[in-house]
Design a protein around this ligand. Structure first.
Ligand code: NAD
Length: 257
């Protein structure tokens, strides 16, 4: 390994940029800063207006539509990646969704439909992404998903998303075990609360931010760029022997809770 950290020669996909505040944008920006190449996606036409200029600003050679709930869209993304690059080195899954009615109620009142939608978009889509990425990583690679501490501990107002993130973390461990023999590493990053569009759907999120910064050992909040640096570490040679890991980027909040 060379002395200076670099992602030069690493090519992959980042899903989840909605705007400049998105954790996925912080990750994509950091990967570019370290010399890696990034293909990006946007949810739909409405989102394209915001995502395209950001992705173009990062020099993304591929900017594609991807709503994981629309049959065929994720597959089409991987077809385009294959046509352009043949192989890839990493995928980043930085998406989550729950119908608001289910997110804002108690877990005990959640509907099977709402729970299913949240699970499908926020968790099972990572499995589908892994299945499509595997054949494009003949020499190994890295897969990353975003979780949250609410997977482990009860966080007020996180409700439905807690069990969904717990399932996602479990998927990371099982996928790590299944794909390890192909030298594919599967890890999860668990950022502390960051004010993004998805986060603004959580009730009293401001309160969560205040508590997180005041109780974190480092006394501050994490940023999307902090998350990006850990993502880069996992993707780079630095992460060669790390798989099935949950990496907290929360200024240490999880040790106190
Ligand atoms: P964000 O709103 O910027 O990003 C969420 C993304 O999910 C958006 O780009 C949106 O288009 C995408 N998405 C939703 N439904 C989709 C679908 N059907 N198909 C494809 N994409 C879809 O918010 P964020 O906070 O950057 O969220 C990114 C990830 O980080 C999520 O998994 C979230 O749970 C996780 N996370 C966020 C925080 C936080 O405090 N912001 C903390 C821990 C983990």
């Amino acid at each position: 390994m060379s002395n200076s950290f670099s992602l030069h020669g690493k090519r992959g996909l980042v899903v989840g940029i909605a705007n400049e505040h998105s954790i996925a944008y912080g990750i994509a920006k950091t990967i570019r800063e370290y010399g890696g190449e990034v293909a990006a996606t946007y949810l739909n036409e409405k989102a394209e207006r915001f995502v395209r200029p950001l992705a173009e600003g990062l020099g993304c050679p591929l900017i594609m539509p991807c709503d994981v709930s629309k049959p065929g869209e994720l597959e089409s993304v991987f077809d385009k990646l294959k046509a352009a690059w043949g192989t890839i080195d990493y995928v980043v899954h930085s998406i989550a969704f729950s119908p608001l009615a289910d997110l804002h109620g108690r877990l005990v009142d959640s509907t099977a439909e709402g729970f299913g939608v949240a699970m499908d978009i926020s968790c099972h889509s990572f499995i589908r992404m892994a299945k499509l990425a595997e054949p494009m990583m003949p020499n190994g690679g890295t897969m990353l998903a975003m979780s949250y501490y609410g997977a482990e501990k009860v966080i007020d107002h996180y409700d439905l998303m807690g069990p969904v993130k717990a399932a996602l973390e479990s998927c990371v461990r099982y996928l790590a075990a299944e794909l390890g023999p192909n030298n594919i590493r599967v890890n999860c990053i668990s950022p502390g609360p960051i004010l993004t569009r998805a986060a603004s759907g959580i009730k009293d999120f401001d309160e969560l931010l205040t508590v997180a910064s005041s109780r974190a050992p480092l006394g501050r909040l994490a940023t999307p760029e902090d998350v990006g640096r850990l993502a880069a570490f996992y993707i780079g040679e630095t992460g060669n022997n790390i798989t099935g890991n949950i990496g907290f980027v929360d200024a240490g909040y999880h040790v106190r809770g």
